[in-house]
Each structure stands twice: as C-alpha cells, then as structure tokens.
Design a binder for this molecule. Structure first.
Ligand SMILES: Nc1ncnc2c1ncn2[C@@H]1O[C@H](COP(=O)(O)OP(=O)(O)OP(=O)(O)O)[C@@H](O)[C@H]1O
Length: 392
C-alpha cells in the first residue's frame, strides 16, 4: 500500500553499510545500475537518483508499485518503500500524515516510525512521531476509534527526513539483501534440471557474484525435458539480472556418461561428479571465473555424504561453493518457489537414471581412481573446451 501521490521509491541496503566510504560509493553505483536495468527490462518508467548514499527511484504514482517490486528484486536491497515526497518542515510532514491517514487508514492499530538522516532540522524524531501521531488520530477519530500500538501495529506510518526532502510511506517491502550483483567476481554455476542448483546459483548472485551457467548434457540419460527444465530455471534467474549475460554453456557429457555406465558400477556417481567439477574448472579458466557453485547439501543424496563430497571435491583446485550445504530440503523447496525456479515436474531424468543399483556412501579416493576410466578427466576438459553457448 502506498500513500496517495507517492511517486518515489526509497531503496535501503544493508551489508553495504559495513564498507568503507569508497567501497560503499562504488557498490551503491553498481546497485543503482542494476535497479536501472530492472526498471528498463520491465518497461517501468523511473529514474534512479544516486546523490544520497541510499538511492531513490523517481517514478509516477501509476508505476510506483511495479517500481517497488523491481527494486526488491535487486540483490543488495534490504527493503524498499513507495513514498510521498514532501518538504522537511515539521508542519508539512504532519499535514501529510493526517492527509494519508484520511485516505488510507481505516481501522486497526497504528504507529509512526520517524527517522532523521538530516540532523539540521529543528525538531527531533520523537517530537515528529508524537505530533504526527496526534494528527493521524485527529484525522480519523470521527470515523473510528484509533489505537496506538508501538510494538506490533497494523499500519506503520514511516517518515524519513533527508537533506532537502522528507519521505512518507506505509510499507517496507522486503528485498533479498546481500550485495549488488557485480560486486564480486563471477563463478561457474552447475545447473541441472533439479530444484537445488538454481537456488544455489541465486544465493551466489545474492552475494554479488554473477554466474556463468553450465549444463552438462547427459546424452540419452538426460533428455529434452531435463535440458528444458535447466534452461527454464536459468531464464528465471536472468530476470533478476537483465544487465548480465546469462547464456548457458552446454557441456557435452553424453559419451562420458555412456562410458561410466558401461565400465563402472561402484563409485559411478562419484566419478560423474568428478567429471562435472573438472569440466566446470576448465570452463572457469576459459571464461575467467573464480569458483564453482553447486546445489549439493550434506546427506541429501548418497553422493552428498561428507565422505563423498570430500573425495569428489579433490578433483579441482578451484573452490566449490555449496551455499545449500546445511539447508533442509523443505527450505530449499520453499525458496525455489519464492524465487520462481521451482518446477513441479518430477520426471525421472538426469543423474537419477545414471545411478547404479548399489550406491557408494563412504568412498575413498584410491579405490575410486582404480575403477574410474583413465581418460575421464581429459574427456571432461575437452568437453568444457567444446562447450557451446546457448540461449536459455
Ligand atoms: N546435468 C547437470 N549439469 C550441470 N550440473 C549438474 C548436472 N547434474 C547435477 N549437476 C550439479 O551437481 C549437483 C549435484 O547433482 P545431483 O544429481 O545430486 O542433484 P540433482 O538432483 O540432479 O540437481 P539439483 O541439485 O539441482 O536438485 C547439482 O546441484 C548441480 O549443481
């Protein structure tokens, strides 16, 4: 809900406040660019003003709700508020609060949350909140009995007084938090057609790392549905990052999978993971990325026991980031739904079909290497060199 006449979006960031002024200015610049790109991609009118340490979006009242949604999709944003802009005089702000109350407050409890970024004004936050609260009360008391609740109000009237203007708002829409995308170097994201890997990729994006998506084509064991699901999820992720290239590297892995199925029983799934990681490392060198991200989580599958993760991870020198390492499946599913990458489909494709009858849960490296095809890793490197870019 926004105040009548609201044509500005306040953008709040969190982790940037822990940075030095120089780093903060740089990162706020990236944040502003990303917000501009999100607005443009969704054809929402809006200009980003970077003058303050926290950016503002100037838009129209008709577009202010969509602009707020776009802002809260930007990584690094903690919350955003569609706000009415008024002068910084106390009487002006108090009048605005009364007017907004008449239009938007129709029952329940309320509170005023007033803050001053500009300490030069001749009143303090408490005084403003108190006088604003009285004005709100008087504005509605003929209609219903208002009630103040400072701890858990139904309606919060927010006021932020800055240098030249004050902003009045009724809503703090939550954003993802984290850091602006591009504040970190890129990583290769291994995305399968599953639920977990897109969520893991999103988590890295949330900490500022652009992703280079990579999908390993499993040949007959993958199938069109599997590829389509992976591409769909990358397309969804790219909507959070319209100013970043999110084409997918499709790594040909069909022959390697056939070989593993023909030659290996015990440890087959682990060697397949080693193939993935080595291919991802080679691709990372090719595209100048600095890590690998996967959707693995401890104990979720037999290949994801701590022993097996320990053994398979040793195939690369690059770090393998696993943001979901300690997450429960139901939380991952909930997050996938929230970010829009959840897929209802439970088709039996991909790694599930490569799984042998007896799975290894307690692997050791030496016996695994004895059984693994000698040229598996060379095949992985070659496959990554031959990977082609496809539009998701
Ligand atoms: N075909 C593939 N292409 C690229 N990466 C893959 C592929 N299959 C699996 N991965 C990567 O390896 C990780 C572990 O794979 P695993 O088979 O255990 O998971 P999954 O159920 O297929 O997929 P997800 O983890 O996304 O639900 C995945 O999280 C993903 O990062």
């Amino acid at each position: 809900m926004h105040p009548p006449g609201a044509d500005t979006v306040l953008v709040r960031h969190g982790d940037l406040n822990t940075k030095s002024d120089t780093v903060k200015r740089y990162m706020v610049g990236i944040l502003a660019e990303n917000v501009e790109a999100l607005l443009a991609d969704r054809s929402i009118p809006g200009e980003v003003e970077r003058r303050w340490n926290r950016p503002l979006v100037h838009t129209t009242e008709d577009a202010v709700a969509d602009a707020t949604d776009a802002v809260t999709d930007a990584f690094g944003v903690v919350s955003a508020s569609p706000a009415l802009t008024v002068g910084t005089e106390k009487a002006t702000i108090v009048d605005a609060l009364a007017e907004i109350a008449r239009e938007r407050y129709d029952g329940g409890t309320f509170a005023v949350d007033a803050r001053r970024a500009n300490k030069q004004v001749p009143y303090d936050s408490e005084e403003l909140a108190r006088e604003g609260g009285t004005a709100i009360w008087e504005a509605v008391e003929d209609e219903f009995e208002p009630e103040v609740d400072l701890d858990d109000p139904d309606v919060t009237f927010g006021v932020e007084v800055r240098d030249e203007s004050a902003f009045v708002y009724l809503e703090k829409a939550p954003g993802p938090g984290g850091l602006p995308l591009g504040a970190q170097e890129p990583v290769v994201a291994l995305v399968s057609g599953g639920i977990d890997s897109p969520v893991a990729a999103y988590e890295m994006m949330k900490r500022g790392s652009p992703i280079v998506p990579a999908y390993v084509d499993l040949g007959d064991y993958g199938g069109v549905d599997h590829v389509a699901r992976a591409m769909d999820t990358v397309r969804t992720l790219s909507e959070y990052a319209p100013n970043f290239d999110m084409q997918v590297y499709e790594i040909p892995g069909g022959e390697a999978v056939d070989l593993l199925v023909a030659e290996m029983e015990q440890g087959r799934m682990l060697s397949l993971r080693r193939f993935f990681y080595r291919a991802a490392e080679t691709l990372a060198e090719r595209v100048d990325a600095h890590g690998i991200v996967t959707g693995e989580s401890v104990g979720q599958k037999s290949s994801q026991t701590v022993q097996n993760l320990g053994v398979t991870s040793r195939v690369t020198d690059l770090p393998i980031h696993r943001p979901l390492l300690t997450s429960d499946k139901q939380d991952i599913v909930a997050q996938a739904r929230e970010i829009g990458t959840y897929t209802q489909s439970t088709i039996n494709a991909g790694c599930n079909r490569v799984t042998p009858d007896r799975v290894e849960t307690n692997a050791r490296l030496e016996p695994l290497l004895e059984h693994e095809p000698d040229d598996l890793l060379e095949r992985a490197e070659e496959a990554a060199r031959n990977a082609e870019l496809v539009e998701p």
